[in-house]
Design a protein around this ligand. Structure first.
Ligand SMILES: C[S@@+](CC[C@H](N)C(=O)[O-])C[C@H]1O[C@@H](n2cnc3c(N)ncnc32)[C@H](O)[C@@H]1O
Length: 273
């Protein structure tokens, strides 16, 4: 067996495993994680362990128990009555956001969260939502102008398909795309890119990458958010998270401003004057 065959066999093993098969992760993501661990590993068994651990860190902390197929059926059946009433849409979106760690933490502050972003960044007419998870379910709180476009990116295919069903019925200017934004940054230009609660994890995936990653995003402004504490709520991370952002933009001619809503530190990075 050649090394390329071993790679392919490991990818296939993970792809068909009970833990990951439903997610249909992009081949490029799996290959990148595997290649990244290859140089550090001492044997094929060690490579497999490292690969699985890296993949677990990337995906597992944010797997929730939403049945996306059932939600899509529910939406299709109830679309007519459902999306004519914003309060009903909000109640449904809230019930799903409650099940996903990073959205749940934001629920008590949703109105304030988006109002603060628009106040600091201006109200955008085009948004990229990078590593979105179910963040786009916040659309009913965003109060965007009707012509605003919204492109959301995630590697988790069932989430992306579900978001597209929701968008088709309720927000026709929004689109979800299965894409690894580190390996294939969006080509879509936008006023503003959200990169919410993921920069510290991207840094873990590939240390030192944030500066190049921010450069690669075709938006005039980035809103990067990071949690003030860890998922358990016990450890303060604000100092470490601030330095991640400062280090990433230190040699750029970009403007940085900061806000905080709830536990979320918001960094506004303006690329253009
Ligand atoms: C911490 S959650 C992000 C939460 C969301 N931005 C929010 O604030 O509610 C992580 C999400 O990012 C996605 N993700 C991680 N790395 C990614 C990548 N390189 N490209 C696209 N999506 C990614 C995961 O599939 C998961 O849905």
């Amino acid at each position: 067996m050649t090394f390329a065959d071993h790679y392919q066999a490991l990818i296939q093993k993970v792809r068909t495993s009970r833990k990951y098969r439903a997610l249909q992760l992009p081949d490029s993501t799996l290959r990148d994680l595997l290649e990244g661990e290859d140089a550090k590993s001492t044997s094929l068994a060690d490579l497999e362990d490292r690969f699985r651990s890296k993949l677990h860190n990337l995906v597992a902390p944010y797997l929730e128990n939403i049945d996306y197929q059932a939600e899509m059926r529910f939406l299709t059946k109830n679309a007519d009555s459902f999306f004519s009433n914003i309060n009903q849409e909000k109640r449904w979106a809230e019930s799903l956001m409650r099940r996903h760690a990073s959205s749940r933490e934001r629920l008590p502050y949703l109105d304030e969260f988006y109002a603060t972003i628009w106040e600091a960044a201006g109200t955008p007419t085009s948004i990229l939502d990078l590593a979105c998870a179910i963040d786009p379910l916040g659309l009913p709180w965003m109060n965007l102008p009707p012509e605003a476009t919204y492109f959301a990116y995630d590697i988790h295919l069932p989430r992306v398909n579900f978001l597209n069903k929701y968008f088709e019925l309720a927000h026709p200017n929004a689109h979800a795309v299965q894409q690894d934004i580190l390996l294939n940054p969006p080509s879509q230009q936008a006023d503003l890119a959200f990169f919410l609660k993921e920069a510290h994890r991207l840094e873990k995936r590939q240390p030192g990458i944030l500066s190049d990653f921010f450069t690669s995003i075709p938006a005039k402004q980035l809103v990067v958010s990071l949690p003030e504490t860890d998922l358990s709520g016990h450890h303060h991370l604000d100092h470490y998270h601030r330095s991640l952002i400062f280090d990433a933009i230190q040699d750029k001619d970009w403007q940085l401003t900061e806000r905080q809503v709830g536990d979320e530190l918001l960094f506004f990075i303006k690329k253009t004057a």
